[in-house]
Design a protein around this ligand. Structure first.
Ligand SMILES: [Zn+2]
Length: 90
């Protein structure tokens, strides 16, 4: 599998580390059900078959965090972008 790093170009997957699901969002700690939401946030993950967005770290390259769009059935990577641009933090 090759990942199209936006800074380095197409690189072998062995240069990257997988972090996990890029679709989960940190819950609001002020909600009444915050504990249940944090348990889900930390421990519960879907196991999708098909298109998915994942965090990958290019440790043997530019050392950037990326959000990679990958089909989990075929490992086809359709896009990769810097994590800082993929979602709004705050
Ligand atoms: Zn890179």
């Amino acid at each position: 599998m090759r990942i199209p790093c936006p800074f380095c170009g197409h690189r072998d997957v062995r240069e990257f580390s997988y972090l996990g699901d890029a679709t989960v969002e940190r819950p609001d700690p002020n909600r009444a059900d915050a504990l249940d939401r944090f348990v889900d946030y930390v421990y519960v993950r879907d196991n999708p078959a098909g298109p998915h967005q994942e965090f990958w770290y290019h440790g043997a390259g530019c050392q950037s965090w990326l959000v990679v769009s990958r089909d989990t059935r075929t490992h086809e990577v359709s896009a990769a972008e810097p994590a800082s641009k993929a979602r709004t933090i705050g």
